[in-house]
Design a protein around this ligand. Structure first.
Ligand code: GUN
Ligand code: ZN
Length: 431
């Protein structure tokens, strides 16, 4: 058994909506045994209860739950940060050509490794990940994540129209390939499958219907797609699905709006769509760096709260501009300031830990440091350079530490990343 001594913060309670009911232990102890968290509390109490545990002293650092990124694209690791386009031409000019390269499974394996390294060095221990249309691309990610026992939710992208022929499947092959991937990977180790129609414009009604059938047949799988990100996209959906009552209704028609469905963006939603998302138990992934980068718009967190919609924070790499979830909250804060409704640091932290875990129904395993959860946690070094040493006091409160790092931090603030009880990333001393 290993006992870590540090300042510790997490949200222990599985609340459906944010409350500031955070547990903070300034001189805390986290006890793990193998892959599991056994105990948490004031260091002295834990040390007395478990006198034989090996103690690791992390004075001056914070232990937090591993971070959850609820929407991103691993193939786009290599196409992050391209100048000058909004969504639809960005997809045509950068994204589709990049994704074509993943027909080569060796390339997929190479990028999967870089991608997981980027997650870990930024403190992310779970991702909801889009792959490409290629089955082998999805296999490469599950396989690489299995090697490090990381909890990953991922799926093969399905597209059977409005995309290059090299990236097109069909209603039948999307259904057969997705079913095969579910049988092979879903709930195997820490892997979970997400049915992944890219977005309504690239799927025919027949393909959405085929995926909706799978969503019924395998009712515990996740669903992930994009929703109401860009105004041209929304107008296009209207032309492609003239009988639908709006964008969300396209997915609803095909049984794709339910718990464990994660919709990326949701920027330009109507009041009816907000209400429907709230009653359905689905989740919206708030992707602020991406929404700013592509000029998509400002996410309305106030409407989400009012409609009791689950929200989870996400990078959306490669339209997102960073793998770092702290910085992602930093942009969410700026977006909320533009609407004169600032999202507090504690709410931001909740949306990438326990709030995301509850939204996805995974809070028994991730998102918190409760006994029984898996030992996925990070060690944060707040005062990692000259500027942060000046700005962040040694005895600073957690919300101030988190907020300052959301503006000033980067991967240098992540000292260690532990996954399933093993340290998988440790910052180099010279970094
Ligand atoms: N809509 C459809 N595909 C994509 C994608 O890859 N990224 C983003 N941001 N939006 C999308
Ligand atoms: Zn996306």
């Amino acid at each position: 058994m290993q006992l870590f001594r540090a300042s510790i913060a997490h949200f222990p309670k599985p609340t459906m909506q944010f409350t500031d009911d955070i547990a903070i232990f300034k001189d805390g102890g986290l006890l793990i045994d193998g892959k599991e968290i056994i105990d948490i509390g004031p260091f002295k109490e834990i040390a007395e209860r478990f006198p034989a545990a090996k103690v690791t002293d992390l004075a001056g650092k914070w232990i937090l739950p591993g971070l959850i990124d609820s929407h991103l694209h691993y193939p786009q690791t290599q196409s992050i940060a391209h100048y000058g386009e909004q969504l639809l031409s960005w997809l045509e000019n950068y994204t589709f050509p990049t994704e074509m390269q993943f027909a080569d499974s060796e390339h997929a394996h190479t990028v999967a490794t870089v991608f997981l390294n980027q997650l870990m060095r930024n403190g992310t221990t779970t991702g909801f990940v889009f792959t490409t249309v290629h089955k082998a691309c999805c296999q490469a990610l599950f396989s690489a994540a299995s090697d490090i026992d990381m909890a990953i939710v991922a799926g093969k992208v399905c597209m059977d129209r409005n995309c290059p022929s090299e990236l097109s499947d069909s209603a039948e092959t999307a259904q057969a390939d997705s079913a095969q991937l579910i049988e092979t990977w879903h709930n195997k180790g820490r892997n979970r499958y997400a049915l992944t129609p890219r977005f309504a414009p690239t799927s025919t009604p027949a393909q959405l219907a085929a995926l909706g059938e799978l969503a019924k047949q395998y009712s515990d799988v996740f669903i992930q797609t994009h929703l109401s990100e860009n105004l041209d996209e929304i107008a296009w959906v209207k032309r492609l699905f003239p009988s639908a009552d709006g964008y969300l209704d396209v997915y609803d028609t095909y049984n794709l709006v339910r718990e464990r469905a994660v919709f990326g963006h949701g920027i330009h939603l109507t009041p009816n769509e907000w209400a429907r998302l709230g009653e359905s138990g689905a989740t919206v992934a708030f992707c602020p760096t991406s929404n700013l980068f592509l000029g998509s718009g400002l996410f309305d967190m106030t409407a989400a709260r009012a409609n009791k919609v689950h929200v989870a924070m996400a990078t959306d790499v490669g339209a997102g501009t960073t793998f770092n979830m702290f910085k992602t909250y930093g942009d969410a804060y700026k977006v909320s300031q533009l609407q004169n409704a600032p999202i507090s640091p504690l709410e931001g932290f909740y949306l990438m830990t326990q709030g995301a875990a509850v939204a996805h129904g995974l809070d028994h395993e991730i998102g918190n440091l409760n006994p029984g959860s898996t030992a996925d946690f990070i060690v944060v070094e707040p005062r990692f350079d000259e500027l942060t040493q000046l700005r962040i006091k040694e005895d600073a409160e957690f919300d101030d530490v988190f907020f300052a790092l959301s503006m000033l931090g980067d991967d240098r603030a992540i000292d260690q990343t532990w996954i399933s009880g093993i340290c998988r990333h440790r910052k180099e001393k010279s970094e």
